[in-house]
Ligand binder design. Structure first.
Ligand code: GLN
Length: 309
């Protein structure tokens, strides 16, 4: 069923779009600075398979940090809860996503949660396979499955651009290697991680991935279980506690749904049992969240009583 454009959603989008002027696109990954800060699009996927959208919905962005929730699900499926949480913790940090500070302060020296860069790198390290290519194929196939879109690909330009400038992520990896959290070649891990972050999606893909999480791992309409329910629940819990970086507390108050953002300006939302929401809006606030995307979700949450709290 094609996603239908919706007038009410268009007018909410227009209201939120004014806020794009308060933000700017990420430039610490040089290729991301080419994004148009004025873009904003949204799709809402319902549990019965209907979908409503507004804005330039075919505009593609890279997953960036949204991929962290997808690799977490994959690692939990492959290696189980006990192993995953022996290497990465459960607790929010209250620090920026790329912060290194608490990695040294925690005892044992493991990343505090899988949604910060250190934790996500540790999780990507767990993805099994004989080569970076094989492991990346596994991740991209999983994104295709969850999004129901077999055309999903990745941007080699964005991946290379991040790989070449990943000094901080390299530092996090070397620290974790010293402390036994990871034991593979750091350049290979960064190659895989930057590729997973560069997988390209649009807001429809994000909304469709969101509904699978919202339905505890089930595909809408067919009810096929695409991931175990307990895995989807663990992911949603991290989306609530640390999905919006160090703005997760404020987001829980203002919007109140499991969500994960990325520095490309994407937001993946999962309203339990009801909707998947996908947003693309590259202008970011100072914490790295889509500034107009946040506004849009705030308006939607009020209007449709989305908060789960
Ligand atoms: N690839 C990005 C990084 O590691 C992802 C960060 C993000 O989206 N917050 O810096």
């Amino acid at each position: 069923m094609p996603c239908q454009s919706n007038e009410e959603l268009e007018s909410i989008l227009l209201e939120a779009k004014q806020y794009t002027h308060n933000g700017k696109v990420a430039d610490y990954i040089p290729a991301l600075s080419k994004a148009n800060p004025d873009d904003l699009s949204v799709a809402i996927y319902h549990h019965d398979g209907t979908c409503y959208s507004a804005g330039c919905i075919h505009e593609k962005i890279t997953l960036q940090s949204i991929s962290k929730v997808i690799t977490l699900a994959l690692a939990l499926i492959e290696s189980g809860e006990e192993y995953v949480f022996s290497k990465v913790g459960y607790e929010p940090t209250g620090d920026p996503f790329n912060s290194i500070v608490k990695l040294e302060m925690s005892n044992p020296s493991k990343p505090l949660n899988p949604m910060i860069n250190a934790g996500a790198l540790a999780v990507t390290h767990m993805i099994k396979g004989n080569s970076v290519d094989e492991r990346f194929q596994k991740i991209i196939e999983f994104v295709k499955l969850l999004s129901g879109n077999s055309d999903i690909g990745y941007s080699a330009e964005v991946a290379e651009s991040e790989f070449e400038t990943s000094h901080l992520n390299r530092a996090l990896c070397f620290f974790m290697k010293q402390h036994g959290i990871i034991n593979e070649d750091v350049e290979e891990l960064l190659d895989l991680y930057t590729k997973q972050c560069s997988i390209e999606v649009n807001c429809l893909d994000l909304a469709r991935i969101g509904i699978v999480f919202a339905l505890d791992g089930k595909e809408p309409v067919t009810n096929k279980q695409l991931m175990p329910a307990h895995v989807a629940r663990i992911c949603k819990t991290f989306m609530v506690t640390c999905g919006m970086y160090n703005a997760s507390g404020e987001f829980a108050v203002r919007v109140g749904i499991p969500a994960k953002s990325g520095v490309s300006g994407g937001i993946l939302g999962a309203v339990p049992s009801r909707f998947g929401i996908g947003i693309s809006g590259p202008a970011l606030d100072d914490k790295g969240n889509s500034v107009a995307g946040l506004k849009l979700l705030e308006i939607l949450a009020k209007k449709y009583d989305l908060s789960m709290f």
